[in-house]
Design a protein around this ligand. Structure first.
Ligand code: ATP
Ligand code: ATP
Ligand code: MG
Ligand code: MG
Ligand code: MG
Ligand code: MG
Ligand code: MG
Length: 256
C-alpha cells in the first residue's frame, strides 16, 4: 500500500522491545475486585466458583498463547511466565501485555455464565497488567515464591477474619483481635475457637493454582471405530507447592 504523508507519525511510537534472554512474567490483577467481589456476593473468604473461573481464563490464555510455559494464580491475580528465549511479537512489551490482559478479560466475561449461572454480571470487569523481567533463575523462582507466600498469608488472615465475623464479631472487632498476631497464633485461634484445622482447608485456597503443560495420554476414536491412544500436551491445573525444589525437579522441561 502507498505510504501517505502522515506515515511519519509512526516514528513517535516508542520502542519497547524487552531485554533478550530473560524470564518474562506478565501479571494481571482484577481492578477494584474488593468492590466487584462484594457486589457479586462472592463467598468469603474464598469463592470457589470465582477461583475456578480465574483458572479457566488462565488455561484459555495458555491455549491461545503457546509461549506461556507456566501460570500461577490466586485471588484476583494471575502471573503468566514466558520462557527466556520467547520471541513472541518480537518481545514488544505493550503488545504482549495488552494481548494477555485483554484475552484474560474477554474470557472472564465470556465464561462468567458457566461459573455463575444464577448470577448476572452487573458491570464489565477489568484487569490491569504489567511485565517484569527476571534475568536470574533464582530471582524468577523468588518471584513465584513471593506470590505463593502472599496467597498463604492473605488466606490465613482472611480465614480467621471471616470466622470471627461469622461468629458475631463486627469487622473492626475481628481486625482488632487479629492485629499483631503471628501465624501460629492464627492457626491456634482457628483450631481452638472454630475447630478448623487450617491444613485441612482446600489446597487451592492455601496454595493457589499453578498451570503447566504436561504430556498426557488421550484416547480418541478413529473413523474406523478403532480406539487409539495419543500423547497430547495439555494445560493442567495443580495446587502444588512451588517454593521448594520438588516441583522444579519434577518439571525439568521448565528449564529452571
Ligand atoms: P486493585 O484495583 O488495586 O487491584 P482490588 O480491590 O482488586 O484493588 P486486591 O488487592 O487486588 O484489591 O484484592 C482483591 C480482592 O478481591 C481481595 O481482597 C478479595 O476481597 C476479593 N476477591 C478476589 N477473589 C476472590 C474470591 N475468589 N473470593 C472472595 N473474594 C475474592
Ligand atoms: P494484528 O493482530 O497484527 O492487528 P489483524 O489481522 O488484526 O492483525 P489489522 O491490521 O489490525 O490486522 O487489520 C484488521 C483487519 O480486520 C482488517 O484488515 C480487516 O480485514 C478486518 N476488519 C476490521 N474491522 C472490520 C470491519 N468493520 N469490517 C470488515 N473487516 C474488518
Ligand atoms: Mg492491586
Ligand atoms: Mg485487584
Ligand atoms: Mg489482587
Ligand atoms: Mg488494526
Ligand atoms: Mg488488529
Amino acid at each position: 500500500m502507498a505510504k501517505s504523508k502522515y506515515e511519519y507519525v509512526k516514528q513517535f511510537e516508542k520502542n519497547d522491545v524487552l531485554l533478550p534472554n530473560t524470564w518474562l512474567v506478565v501479571r494481571i490483577d482484577g481492578r477494584g475486585f474488593h468492590k466487584f467481589s462484594d457486589q457479586h456476593k462472592f463467598k468469603k473468604p474464598n469463592d470457589q466458583d470465582a477461583l475456578n473461573l480465574m483458572n479457566k481464563c488462565a488455561v484459555s490464555v495458555m491455549n491461545d498463547i503457546h509461549d506461556i510455559v507456566l501460570a500461577y494464580g490466586q485471588s484476583d491475580e494471575y502471573s503468566f511466565v514466558l520462557k527466556k528465549d520467547c520471541a513472541l511479537y518480537g518481545r514488544r512489551e505493550t503488545k504482549i501485555v495488552s494481548t494477555i490482559v485483554s484475552l484474560f478479560t474477554s474470557n472472564y466475561v465470556f465464561y462468567w455464565k458457566n461459573y455463575f449461572p444464577q448470577k448476572e454480571l452487573l458491570y464489565p470487569p477489568s484487569f490491569d497488567g504489567r511485565a517484569v523481567l527476571y534475568p536470574a533463575d533464582n530471582n524468577f523462582r523468588d518471584y513465584l515464591s513471593w506470590r505463593q507466600v502472599d496467597c498463604h498469608i492473605n488466606n490465613l488472615y482472611n480465614t480467621c477474619f471471616w470466622a470471627l465475623v461469622i461468629s458475631g464479631k463486627t469487622e473492626s472487632e475481628a481486625e482488632n483481635a487479629l492485629r499483631g498476631t503471628i501465624s501460629s497464633e492464627k492457626n491456634e485461634l482457628l483450631f481452638s475457637q472454630f475447630k478448623i484445622n487450617y491444613n485441612n482447608l482446600p489446597e487451592m485456597f492455601r496454595k493457589g493454582s499453578v498451570i503447566i503443560r504436561k504430556e498426557v495420554d488421550v484416547k480418541t476414536t478413529c473413523e474406523n471405530g478403532m480406539e487409539v491412544t495419543r500423547k497430547k500436551k495439555v494445560a493442567l491445573i495443580l495446587h502444588d507447592d512451588i517454593i521448594g525444589d520438588k516441583f522444579w525437579k519434577e518439571n525439568p522441561t521448565l528449564g529452571v
